[in-house]
Design a protein around this ligand. Structure first.
Ligand code: ARG
Length: 462
């Protein structure tokens, strides 16, 4: 029986074509075509190895290289016709290559399967994505350092339980995020080592009968080595899960920062302003300037968590080796890549557009007895056990609250009611500047320490 099943590359053993619905259901070309550069790069490395090993002729390699140059040009210029009939990016490119150069195109797939091909493409794609993310993380972290340096001595209330706790500087607060995003960067660097391993040569699942040279292909593609086991190589997607989990952690950090930006921008708080280009207005309330970008970033965090859960669930219980389930790895992965790269790009820019309202931060610092711990430390240094000092200051806070003032507004006589150890030098301790300057050690919020931390941060970015 002849049928249009024969238009498929694999149609030899089939007697009827798939329905349009099944075709659409099983095809991936709509989304995997974004890996076309990686697919061509992988094919060229494979073809060079085949020629070097004498598996294909030098003339075939020349044809393949010439054909791939044309395919590249066609895709870049938008002339390439992607076809759903050809399922995925791999078959689309191979078919076009064959149309352009004939038999050499048909020889390209010698000793290879789409199973090791797609695993290679995703790894190449992710390695590129990690390199992009690292560049963006660096730009973002350096914008945070710039802001930290500028505001190294700007006092703001530090919070615990969202209640005023102790004074910190805005610079110190920004450097906390520098650390978080630094750990994210380390995680991506670590993940990259496991991404950059070569599956090619594993073929469908068991390896191949040709005298291949996998190390040569790995080297051509800049991989750090080959995947050791063919069954694992074609079915492993740990690297994609690891990557997405690093993305999820990064977005968690982004969402914490976003939450703070939204809060700080609220007119009730008024700690910062964000440049207008990151905000939008309301269609009904003319007075509004909404922090859309941080709000959306907070929202998109859930999206990346979802992609991580999709990938974990996709891999759960899959028997060895390759299963078509794996085709479902791409959309979550690409969405995580897009969300993280867009978010980082915007945040790197937005960090430079933050202006601090130091007056409002200062005012907020007078409203929560922010230097109460300093007073307790003062008494402890004069010989009172810390627990007793804590109790004495608690009573002083209660009295100040009753009077409607902050601790430094109490008179010396009033303060001395809580401890005879209190002397005139107490007022230096009760000021915000005194409080800040006294936390003068690595990791502390003293402006000098923040400046030193900025210097170290710059060195780490270099
Ligand atoms: N489009 C497929 C994927 O993304 C390529 C591998 C297909 N392999 C196969 N034996 N059907 O996983």
């Amino acid at each position: 029986m002849t049928s249009n099943a024969n238009q498929y590359t694999w149609a030899g053993r089939f007697s009827e074509p798939v329905s349009d619905l099944v075709k659409r259901y099983t095809a991936s070309v709509d989304f995997d075509q974004r890996m076309w550069r990686q697919d061509i790069r992988g094919s060229l490395a494979h073809a060079r190895m085949l020629a070097k090993q004498g598996i294909i002729a030098a003339a075939d390699l020349a044809d393949i290289e010439r054909g791939m140059a044309i395919v590249t040009e066609e895709i870049e210029s938008g002339k390439f016709e992607w076809s759903l009939d050809l399922e995925d990016v791999h078959l689309n490119i191979e078919k076009r290559l064959t149309a352009l150069v004939g038999d050499a195109g048909k020889r390209l797939h010698t000793g290879r399967s789409r199973n090791d091909q797609v695993a290679t493409d995703i790894r190449l794609y992710l390695r590129d994505a990690i390199d992009d993310i690292q560049m963006l993380l660096k730009a973002f972290r350096s914008a945070l350092v710039d802001l930290a340096e500028k505001e190294a001595a700007t006092p703001m209330p530090g919070f615990t339980h969202l209640q005023v706790a102790q004074p910190v500087t805005f610079g110190h607060h920004m450097l906390a995020y520098f650390e978080m995003f630094g750990r994210d960067s380390e995680r991506f660097a670590d993940c990259r080592k496991r991404v950059a391993r070569l599956p090619l040569g594993s073929a469908a699942l068991a390896g191949t009968t040709y005298p291949i040279d996998r190390e040569f292909v790995a080297e051509q593609l800049g991989f750090e080595g080959v995947c050791e086991n063919s069954l694992d190589a074609v079915s492993d997607r740990d690297f994609a899960i690891e990557f997405t989990s690093a993305c999820a952690l990064l977005m968690m950090h982004i969402s914490r920062l976003s939450e703070e930006l939204v809060m700080w921008m609220s007119p009730r708080v008024g700690f910062i302003q964000i440049a207008d280009r990151f905000c939008t207005g309301s269609s009904i309330m003319p007075q509004k300037k909404n922090p859309d970008v941080p709000e959306l970033a907070r929202g998109k965090t859930g999206r990346v968590y979802g992609q991580l859960m999709s990938l974990l669930t996709l891999m759960k219980s899959q028997p060895l080796a390759y299963n078509k389930d794996n085709q479902e790895d791409k959309e979550p992965l690409f969405d995580a890549v897009d969300t993280v790269t867009d978010t980082l790009r915007i945040f790197a820019d937005m960090a430079g557009g933050i202006t601090v309202r130091a007056d409002n931060m200062k005012a907020a610092l007078t409203q929560g007895f922010a230097t109460a711990t300093d007073l307790a430390d003062y008494l402890t240094k004069k010989g009172l056990p810390f627990r007793d000092a804590h109790e004495a200051v608690g009573l002083a806070v209660k009295a100040a609250e009753f009077k409607g003032v902050d601790l430094p507004q109490l008179t010396l006589e009033e303060l001395q009611q809580f401890s005879p150890l209190i002397e005139n030098d107490v007022f230096a301790v009760l000021t915000v500047e005194g409080s800040l300057a006294s936390r003068n050690h690595i990791g502390g919020t003293a402006p000098d320490q923040v400046r030193a931390a900025v210097t170290r941060a710059r060195a780490r970015l270099a």
